[in-house]
Design a protein around this ligand. Structure first.
Ligand code: SAM
Length: 308
């Protein structure tokens, strides 16, 4: 196990979460907020597929003897291609479940989890969470205006985030007293005076002073209803990770399910978006990421927060 950085408020580990999590103490983290691979090979990234054979099979069938540029294009083209067979589903769960089971052990009783899932494989992600011991509590739908339509599919404008929980020990009241976990933080997440709900609206990525056509926030504002919803600008951090997440959204998630001072755990840390949000919200962060290039980006981002 390689400890990459230990700086008081955060710890980053490089390696496979399935292995590294086994060394963490039980009942020690206050929440799990994570964005696991979706199983699609996004932008040709092998880390995003649980079935490298599947991608290489596609590649072989269609693109042998093509130029490097064409091959790169082919992988990007095929990203979004899921192995939706039963075997594909079983492989997907087999990869995620042990990591969720270890995360469940590391979480304090009553702690919540928010786990991103793809619209086509969210049932596999939810099943893997449930089989790992979590209770599924809800789903938060994050709507944005900038999905890229893929031939034969609906244009994807919604990201599901599964809300799950480790069972509390005894009553919720006693669990909160003993572990500081067990309830959602409603008040800091109110929209005006309104109760937080399970829909989140994000601006279109290209909204500036003016909103882009199709921005859901603009659409609702026109109908005079925008105040019903939490609004987060969907400006993704500028780094080379293809799925880094907007800081306002991740801060909202941290606030909703974590008390200040607690540890937020992310076993699929990528470029550290969860960590940035956790530190800005006065929480601690423990992240794991397999790829060294992403660890480098995350380290720089987290140190920047600590040093300012
Ligand atoms: C969808 S991305 C997360 C992106 C992240 N939210 C961010 O802000 O950059 C999933 C990440 O999990 C990493 N990963 C996949 N399997 C892993 C494993 N078994 N252990 C550790 N990291 C893993 C990938 O390298 C990838 O960076």
């Amino acid at each position: 196990m390689l400890v990459h950085h230990q700086r008081g408020a955060f710890e980053l580990f490089q390696g496979d979460s399935a292995e590294i999590l086994r060394h963490f103490p039980a009942n020690s983290a206050g929440s799990l907020i994570t964005d696991p691979p979706g199983g699609v090979g996004k932008d040709g990234n092998l880390w995003d597929t649980f079935s490298p054979e599947f991608l290489s099979e596609i590649e072989e069938k269609n693109y042998v003897n093509r130029s490097e540029r064409q091959q790169r294009f082919s992988l990007a083209y095929y990203s979004g291609t899921y192995d939706l067979s039963r075997k594909g589903g079983a492989l997907f769960r087999k990869q995620l479940q042990p990591i969720f089971a270890q995360s469940h052990r590391v979480l304090k009783p009553g702690a919540f989890a928010l786990v991103w899932a793809s619209t086509r494989s969210f049932h596999w992600t939810a099943t893997a969470l449930e089989n790992a011991g979590f209770r599924i509590r809800d789903m938060v739908a994050q709507l944005s205006g900038n999905g890229v339509p893929m031939w034969g599919n609906l244009k994807p404008l919604m990201d599901p985030w599964i809300l799950a929980q480790k069972a509390p020990e005894g009553s919720v009241k006693n669990n909160i007293r003993k572990w500081n976990t067990g309830a959602l933080n409603i008040d800091p997440c109110r929209v005006g005076k309104r109760y937080p709900n399970n829909v989140i609206l994000s601006h279109h990525e290209q909204c500036g002073q003016e909103c882009m056509i199709g921005c859901p926030i603009d659409d609702l504002r026109r109908q005079g209803k925008a105040h019903y919803f939490y609004q987060s600008r969907n400006a993704r951090p500028r780094n080379s990770h293809p799925t880094s997440r907007p800081t306002p959204l991740m801060r909202y998630f941290c606030r909703l399910i974590t008390n200040p001072g607690e540890v937020v755990l992310d076993p699929f840390g990528g470029s550290g978006s969860t960590g940035v949000a956790a530190l800005l919200e006065g929480m601690r962060f423990v992240g794991i990421e397999r790829e060294s290039s992403y660890i480098d980006i995350a380290t720089k981002r987290l140190l920047r927060i600590l040093l300012h």
